[in-house]
Structure formats: structure tokens, C-alpha cells
Design a protein around this ligand. Structure first.
Ligand SMILES: [Ca+2]
Ligand SMILES: [Ca+2]
Ligand SMILES: [Ca+2]
Ligand SMILES: [Ca+2]
Length: 156
């Protein structure tokens, strides 16, 4: 089946749904649709999270967790909550930290029963939530005390 055929069939399905009133092609003109302030965050999302949909506030940081509002939207986190998944790590730390890549919307990213904030990524005996060291130690330092870097080096 060619792409064109697939596309035509899809159009037919959409047309059928629209005719039946199942799907609205025009889109409702209610306040929650679209992005009134063109800041990249839909009105619906802004309203749900107590942000002003008529003020371009993508660069704002309502909850002061270090992650801008647009970043919160993209990562599916709560712009009014510093720790959306309540695992002990702030949203910004889970998103931007180069040593611990965890899901800011999943309190146990690797599913091992230990919450992300309680994991000890660099094995230094201090869990990630309390370890300033885990958060960013390798961002500007290729070695540091990260054990995994040493192992990689030895295996070369
Ligand atoms: Ca908006
Ligand atoms: Ca924020
Ligand atoms: Ca947040
Ligand atoms: Ca978190």
C-alpha cells in the first residue's frame, strides 16, 4: 500500500467521522482551545495549571524549581509543583541533571522499587536527593568521583 493510498483512506475516515459529528474539523472556539498568547503552551494546559493563558509566560518559573514553564509543559510536569512525582528530586534536577537521567513524572524510573530520590547513582552512600555531588558532578568535569567513568576508562 502506498503512502498516498493510506493517506486517502485516512482522509475518507476523517470525513466520515466529521460527517457523523464524531469529529469536529473546525474546532470549537471556546476559551480553552488554541494558544492565545502564542507562548507554546496551550490555553487548556495553562488554565489547568493556574497560569495566565493571555500572558506569554513560557520563560517564567511559577514554582521556582528552576524549570521554566515551557519546560514543564514539554516534560509533562506540574508548573506549580517543584517535585511533580514526589520522589524527592525537583523537576529541574531530573530533567537537566547530566548524571541522573530520571523521569520527572515517574517516582521510580527504573522500576526497581527504590524511588529516584532514594537511589544512590554514584555509590557514595548518600542518596541522590541529599547528594549535591550526584547532581551535576560530571557536567563540567569528565572524571570526578563518578565510578562509571573510571570503569569505562579502564575497559578501553
Ligand atoms: Ca499559551
Ligand atoms: Ca518551574
Ligand atoms: Ca515543576
Ligand atoms: Ca521528582
Amino acid at each position: 500500500m502506498t503512502f498516498l493510498t493510506t493517506s486517502r483512506r485516512l482522509s475518507a475516515v476523517i470525513a466520515t467521522l466529521a460527517a457523523g459529528g464524531v469529529l469536529s474539523l473546525a474546532g470549537p472556539a471556546d476559551a480553552s482551545s488554541g494558544d492565545a498568547d502564542h507562548d507554546g503552551m496551550p490555553n487548556r494546559w495553562e488554565l489547568r495549571h493556574s497560569l495566565n493563558p493571555h500572558k506569554a509566560n513560557a520563560r517564567g518559573d511559577a514554582d521556582h524549581d528552576g524549570l521554566r514553564n515551557l519546560g514543564e509543559f514539554k516534560h509533562g510536569t506540574d508548573p506549580q509543583e517543584t517535585d511533580s512525582d514526589d520522589d524527592g528530586l525537583d523537576d529541574e534536577d531530573e530533567v537537566d541533571d547530566c548524571t541522573t537521567t530520571t523521569d520527572p513524572t515517574d517516582d521510580d524510573t527504573d522500576g526497581d522499587g527504590v524511588e529516584d530520590g532514594d537511589e544512590d547513582t554514584d555509590d557514595d552512600g548518600v542518596d541522590n536527593a541529599d547528594d549535591g555531588d550526584d547532581q551535576g558532578e560530571d557536567c563540567d568535569d569528565q572524571g570526578g568521583d563518578d565510578d562509571r567513568v573510571l570503569v569505562t576508562y579502564v575497559l578501553r
